[in-house]
Write a protein that binds this ligand. Structure first.
Ligand SMILES: [Zn+2]
Length: 452
């Protein structure tokens, strides 16, 4: 079967509605006015002569065995630099042997490139668009990142992605061909959205390579997905830039009574605990949240109970029980949950993409965020959380691509997104502008002063 396929790489989509079929909440305009663009590379301002593209083409041919026929000098330099990044880290000059790179003007100026391949003839080419605004690549990449479309705002990201697509093809042409028309579904799709707005398997593989080349720290499940879909590509990536999870307040109370006294005196919280581990986690979480609230008053009268009755699953850590009619809520901690193993279990959730950080305190912090969200507007919280019929509770695909940047659990519903987002931010993780905006538009609780 001789099959030639062209894939056009498009740029920014318009702003779309974020929720399910009834569209109850609409982000009409994503506010991009406050987007801070990464500074332009100084070298971009240097006028490159057409001779430069000949030099870069020759280097690409001689050193990296790439059939390079790039006309535009700026494109040739950017392509050369990205190829160099891959080859240096992999210590292989022939990583891209067999690849053809060209450039040509295309009708659609928002497309960065067009990919052609023929699996039978083992041919693969990338044609970069000369009508794309290459001088604005940094700004455009940053905009795409802030819209939740790509995993990083590193200027080379989009070129890494195309080169990564070639590697997918080269290492396993059959798997590559199969992945082009296949999408992830359900829970796997929410995991894929962590690094892009696409749930297509081929797109995921290329975004994964671009994200890793851009030094993005990712939970293990993404690597597992990538290896499953590509047949274990033998690729090396640079060391990720660590997100440096903040530890925040740590308590080591001598007794449960000491912890209860501390919480009662400092916050007027009436809490019951089964173990010191629980009490320490709880007090540390309340301290951390109070810091970004700037006030201790928000927990006044809060009640914490130990009771297995509300839990059908021993894996559930805790749950906030609320009544929007009375505005009352209390927190239940599950005695059946393995609190001694909490740190390991949270790490497991993080690596599975379910949760934004591996911080053990998050099992409590998440529930305290629900409390603040609920108390801020009990009626609205209740309506958002229970309106299954109108689809109000669930995000649509676009919404998931914005909320899924936090965790797959955050992509589930507005209340879970709010709680997960705060856990991420309080631990020092930064998110795209669209994700920040979604939080600001849906959060019912008091103003939060994140310290990053
Ligand atoms: Zn929750």
């Amino acid at each position: 079967m001789a099959l030639s396929i062209s894939i056009i790489k498009t740029s920014i989509n318009g702003c779309r509605n974020i929720f399910g079929p009834i569209k109850p909440r609409i982000i009409k305009n994503l506010d991009t006015s406050s987007i801070k663009y990464a500074p332009q590379l100084a070298a971009d301002t240097v006028v490159l002569s057409s001779k430069c593209s000949n030099i870069f083409n020759k280097q690409l041919k001689d050193f990296y065995k790439i059939d390079a026929q790039i006309q535009d000098p700026l494109i040739s330099r950017k392509a050369y630099e990205a190829v160099e990044d891959f080859c240096n880290i992999n210590k292989k000059n022939n990583l891209f042997s067999g690849l053809k790179i060209t450039s040509a003007p295309m009708d659609n100026s928002s497309s960065i490139s067009k990919i052609n391949f023929n699996a039978d003839k083992n041919e693969f080419s990338i044609c970069f668009n000369e009508n794309f605004n290459w001088k604005e690549l940094n700004k455009i990449t940053n905009e795409m990142y802030n819209h939740g479309q790509i995993a990083s705002n590193r200027p080379s990201y989009l070129i890494y992605k195309d080169l990564g697509e070639f590697l997918n093809f080269k290492y396993n042409p059959y798997a590559y061909q199969m992945s082009i028309n296949r999408d992830f579904c359900n829970a796997s799709a929410d995991i894929a959205r962590r690094i892009s707005d696409s749930v297509n398997i081929s797109e995921f593989n290329s975004h994964y390579i671009a994200a890793r080349m851009s030094k993005k720290e990712l939970p293990k499940i993404l690597k597992t997905f990538f290896e499953e879909q590509t047949g274990n590509i033998d690729l090396k990536f640079p060391k990720p830039i660590s997100q440096n999870i903040k530890t925040g307040s740590i308590h080591k109370f001598k007794s449960i009574e000491d912890a209860k006294k501390y919480l009662s005196e400092n916050y007027n919280i009436d809490a019951d605990f089964l173990s010191i581990d629980q009490a320490n986690l709880f007090a540390g979480s309340v301290d951390d949240l109070s810091k970004i609230l700037g006030d201790k008053k928000y927990f006044d009268g809060f009640k914490v109970k130990i009771d297995a009755a509300p839990f059908s699953n021993p894996g559930t850590k805790a749950s906030l029980h609320w009544d929007s009619a009375t505005g009352e809520a209390e927190l239940y901690l599950n005695p059946a949950y393995n609190w001694k193993n909490n740190a390991k279990l949270i790490k497991k959730d993080y690596e599975a993409g379910l949760h934004p950080t591996p911080n053990p305190k998050d099992s409590i912090l998440h529930e305290l965020c629900h409390w603040l969200d609920f108390k801020g507007n009990p009626q609205k919280y209740g309506a958002v959380e229970t309106d299954f019929k109108n689809g109000f509770r669930y995000y649509n695909e676009f919404g998931k691509s914005i909320t899924g940047k936090v965790s797959s659990y955050a992509a589930k519903s507005p209340a879970e997104f709010n709680a997960e987002y705060i856990c991420g931010r309080i631990n020092g993780i930064k998110y795209p502008q669209a994700t920040d905006n979604e939080f600001l538009s849906g959060w019912n609780g008091p103003k939060l002063y994140f310290t990053d």
